[in-house]
Design a protein around this ligand. Sequence first.
Ligand code: NAD
Length: 285
Amino acid sequence: MSGRFVVVGAGTMGLGIAYVAAGAGYAVELVEVDPDRGADAVRRLGELWDRAVQRGKLTAEAATANRVRVTLRAGLAEVAEGPDVIVEAVPERLDLKRAVLRQAEGRRPALLGSNTSSIPIAELADGLDRPADFLGLHFFNPVWAMALLEVVVGAATAPQTTEAAVALAARLGKDPVVVRDMPGFATSRLGVTLGLEAIRMVADGVAAPADIDKAMVLGYRHPVGPLELTDLVGLDVRLDIARTLQAAYGDRFAPPPLLVEMVAAGRLGKKSGQGFYTWEGGVKQ
Ligand code: NAD
């Protein structure tokens, strides 16, 4: 199978999307404005494929073929017109994403997607000439391990664009859910609900964080508890999402005071070493 797949932004998510797209046989162009980050992403991709070979998950030939399929580009201007897919994975800032998407549209892709985790597709589509070809392609981290692709359908998205996104998911080995463009989509809205309630339970003294998490892991078969997950995602990130959802749906998403206090105190979870748990060297203590 062939085809051209462009990923804009070679950060955490862009790297993972490039990994699965190359593995699915696409010629991948990875667009990154920061040369150091770009070089680092290409090096990391090589390491990931080496590790897959060592674990017996990939042949050495397939790993080499994947590596050869990825080309680093310093800007969208270097991308030739007419790719099958462009996925935007730059930081979560409306103005930046809008500018990148407008430029991406100029490369005339058959399908244009954004990996936004919270910005409404309608707001991102504002200013596009062909919003019918555009939708949300919300991958999860780490992309190679997470089966879900949340396909977010904007008001202007054409039905054939949604069909193309579902077909793309199959080719990438992902399992799609199709959701309407509402704040928090399906994943963040439910996931954050659970996280916020767990934080209120800590504040109420219902149980220690480890016991609240254990209750959901053992009692409901969640792979990880809501407080540990909040530490992994980042308390600041969850606070931002809660505020966005509060503005959209009302005070049932009001951030608990404990969350606001912890963020103000710099207790952001794994990345700061302290959240509901203590983390050392990226490992929960
Ligand atoms: P990141 O900061 O790790 O990477 C973003 C990359 O984009 C950086 O390398 C940056 O240099 C690059 N960039 C900035 N402007 C650019 C431009 N004009 N052209 C090309 N590259 C440019 O961010 P991330 O965590 O990969 O997140 C990317 C998107 O994915 C965000 O919208 C985020 O909300 C979403 N998302 C993140 C996660 C996650 O767990 N990190 C999960 C799902 C969705």
